[in-house]
Design a binder for this molecule. Structure first.
Ligand SMILES: *Cc1c(COP(=O)(O)O)cnc(C)c1O
Length: 357
């Protein structure tokens, strides 16, 4: 069988070594003779995995001392509520950069005053708003650093006069981040750091405990910090695979080295989109995501969309259909996607150009 090139937007491709180690652990976890799926989470073997996973997060992202990392079952969509529950007292400010950002805002509105300080909805979220003012009376300012559906990304760790909270579901571990600029960074694992079923949250500990509302136990981030993400049964399999994924990131030279690779992949693909007369990118150039590359057929070639999709499929290129709200194509080139995968897509685009010029 030809190598399959997977560009799925999420759950993402995972490195083969991660999948192999997960398979082996399903047979026999850490030499216990018991399947990973059947172990007790109250064992020293499992606690070692939890400790190692936390330590890898801290090491790979250079997380400062006064922060803690927790792993939560649920999903990034649930974390929208965690944010508002734990940080919204009087007013929250959000940057509306797409569907995920507006869903996060909706959860805050359910609990208090929450405003969008700027939005890029006017052009179907194909850019990151600039020149907005963050209200200084807000309890926090929420951003979505990578907009998975539209292929836009906030490339800098912005300065905020109020606590900064970021959904980094789809660009975590893809680039270096100055964690000290954020009060909380969170996201689902399944875009870059593991399979579905677990989320991460990096939290500055002294920022918690400032709201007056009753917080249900399972939604209280302090509980999960205190209990080291084991207040209740953790999603053992998902955390194990996340741990393996982080070990792989480290083996690749860490986030800094992965970032270089990611830039090279993105540059290669965007260069072809900009060069090839049959295709055009949808996001503004300065805001282009390094993770999700969105493009459509160029004007005059729209009728060829299905034909290109069919050619890609025949070349074992999987998962490039654009999100229904944008159309066209989206190649998600997360950490585990290789330069060879990207080059296969570029070759397919060039083959298509030759056939239709
Ligand atoms: C996928 C995604 C989400 C939603 O994740 P779930 O775990 O499915 O709830 C939220 N934010 C961003 C940026 C995403 O890409």
């Amino acid at each position: 069988m030809n190598k399959v090139h997977v560009f799925n937007a999420g759950p993402c491709l995972l490195p083969q070594v991660v999948l192999d180690n997960a398979k082996a652990a399903i047979d026999n976890f850490a030499g216990t003779g018991v399947s990973l799926l059947c172990i007790s989470h109250r064992t020293k073997e499992w606690e070692a995995v939890m400790d190692e996973t936390r330590a890898l997060w801290k090491e790979l992202l250079h997380i400062p001392e006064d922060y803690e990392v927790v792993f939560l079952a649920s999903g990034a969509s649930m974390e929208f509520l965690y944010v508002a529950m734990n940080f919204l007292e009087k007013k929250a400010a959000y940057l509306d950069t797409g569907v995920w950002a507006s869903k996060a805002l909706k959860e805050a509105k359910g609990l208090g005053e929450a405003v969008a300080v700027a939005s890029s909805k006017d052009r179907n979220y194909c850019y990151i708003p600039k020149g907005y003012t963050i209200p200084t009376d807000a309890d926090y300012f929420h951003i979505t650093t990578n907009n998975t559906i539209y292929g836009t990304e906030i490339h800098e760790d912005i300065d905020s006069p109020v606590p900064l909270i970021a959904d980094m579901s789809s660009d975590i571990m893809s680039r270096p981040v100055d964690v000290s600029k954020y009060t909380m960074i969170y996201g689902g694992a399944q875009k870059n750091v593991g399979p579905a079923g677990v989320t991460f949250a990096i939290i500055r500990k002294d920022a918690l405990g400032k709201v007056s509302r009753y917080i249900p136990t399972m939604l209280d981030l302090r509980v999960h910090i205190d209990k080291e993400s084991m207040f209740n049964t953790p999603p053992v399999f998902s955390i194990f695979v996340m741990n393996e994924t982080l070990k792989w990131v480290k083996s690749m030279g860490g986030v800094e080295a992965i970032y270089e690779l990611n830039r090279k992949k993105a540059d290669t693909l965007y260069a072809e989109i900009d060069r090839n007369p049959l295709f055009v990118g949808t996001a503004d150039k300065e805001d282009r995501s390094l993770m999700n590359v969105c493009f459509v057929m160029a004007p005059g070639y729209e009728h060829l969309q299905d034909e290109f999709a069919a050619l890609a499929k025949s070349r074992s290129i999987i998962g490039i259909k654009g999100h229904r709200s944008v159309g066209g194509f989206r190649a998600s080139i997360y950490n585990a996607c290789t330069l060879e995968d990207v080059e296969a897509l570029v070759a397919c685009m060039q083959e298509f150009e030759q056939a239709h010029k």
